[in-house]
Design a protein around this ligand. Structure first.
Ligand SMILES: *Cc1c(COP(=O)(O)O)cnc(C)c1O
Length: 368
């Protein structure tokens, strides 16, 4: 049996009837930058996320970069984040000239450990970027309390967590800004690259909207230096077709996760995902811990099952961040996770037969 890690063709088959006319409408209008689709998507995503404003941007990476730049974070500043995330979180901090400062993660959720944040705060700290990894939100109450106490911005990296909740509050709605990615493998993916910043600070949102278009308003009058960080109309039209399905897809992923949990429950060597009681996750990834992870990955791949490791090397250990001066062993919880985690197929169109096959192969590996 073949089970891909993600089957976007299966999703597209269910959407084609609506997707093609939506794309064609943009083609007929020949209005590709900004316009009604982009505005409608911004309003819809803002509302879905419990925010007063959404600003479509070119990617999740640019959502992070635009947030940091508009908040005037740069040279001499420090930004606290996790070393166990996708590169873009940390790359964005670096690109502003600010210094990324790492704080280790919780061993069960893989999210930044709030209990370790305050020790990393200095007089230069300007912001915290909590990353809601794999679809589950960080423990935001203590993070917001630290931010308030030290007057810090909070930029939620919600690239993997659109629609997730923490104590009933949506990802992206708690911090200063929230950053979404519409990369095709995210729960809400477009037909290329795209992203969005959401915020409840209308003034800040207006500034980000200008920033993503060269700081321009009105046309050819530039109040500050921004760039081209725009989301295009073809992507917005595609996302408007997909957004109504997002809740259903995420529910499907949760149901599949529950099925995996059940099938793997009698396997002590496998650690299934821990989702806190106050959280509803969207399972962008279903990540387990296994002994002999690399051998397990090969065994699963050989059985025709797609799987991957998010992420095999922590950010403080990356060659490009050597100038930060961190060493192996500085963040032991993250480093251990990097050697043990593996993501299994979790997309909503999976059949029960496929889930049973995947879980069976994991157990077969463990049994030796
Ligand atoms: C995908 C992702 C990003 C970057 O989003 P892009 O749209 O690919 O630029 C940033 N942070 C995290 C945690 C991500 O998973």
């Amino acid at each position: 049996m073949n089970v891909p890690l993600l089957d976007l063709k299966a999703q597209y088959a269910t959407l084609k009837d609506k997707m093609m006319p939506a794309i064609e409408e943009v083609m007929e209008a020949q209005w590709f930058i900004g316009g009604p689709n982009v505005t409608a998507l911004e309003e819809a995503v803002a509302e879905y996320s419990g925010c007063s404003k959404g600003i479509g941007v070119s990617s999740g990476t640019d959502a992070l970069l635009a947030s940091l730049m508009v908040l005037d974070i740069g040279q001499g500043d420090e930004v606290i984040t996790t070393p166990f995330t996708f590169f873009a979180t940390v790359g964005s901090i670096w690109r502003t000239g600010a210094r990324p400062v790492f704080v280790d993660i919780e061993p069960d959720t893989y999210n930044i450990d709030p209990a370790k944040i305050e020790a990393a705060v200095t007089e230069n700290t300007k912001a915290i970027i909590p990353v809601h990894l794999y679809g589950q939100m960080c423990d935001m109450d203590p993070i917001m309390a630290i931010a308030e106490k030290h007057n810090l911005y909070v930029i939620e990296d919600a690239a993997q967590s659109i629609g997730s909740t923490y104590k009933g509050r949506k990802a992206g709605s708690i911090g200063t800004t929230g950053c979404f990615s519409f990369f095709p493998s995210k729960n809400l993916g477009c037909n290329g690259d795209g992203g969005m910043v959401v915020t409840n600070d209308v003034e800040l949102g207006d500034k980000i909207a200008m920033f993503r278009n060269h700081g321009m308003q009105p046309k050819y009058f530039h109040k500050f230096i921004g760039g081209n960080f725009r989301l295009d109309a073809l992507q917005a039209a595609a996302l408007l077709v997909k957004l109504p399905h997002l809740e259903g897809w995420s529910a499907g992923r949760r149901a599949n996760a529950a099925r995996y949990n059940e099938l793997l429950a009698d396997c002590d060597e496998v650690t299934t995902p821990v989702i806190r009681e106050e959280n509803v996750t969207i399972f962008n990834q279903y990540v387990i811990r296994v002994p002999n992870r690399d051998a397990c990955k090969q065994f699963i791949l050989d059985a025709g099952i797609g799987c991957d490791v998010y992420y095999p090397l922590c950010l403080h250990q990356q060659e490009c961040f050597a100038p930060l001066g961190y060493n192996d062993g500085d963040f032991p919880v993250s480093e251990q996770a990097a050697t043990e985690v593996i993501a299994l197929p979790i997309y909503s169109e999976l059949t029960d037969e496929q889930i049973q096959y995947v879980a069976g192969k994991v157990k077969e590996f463990i049994a030796g």
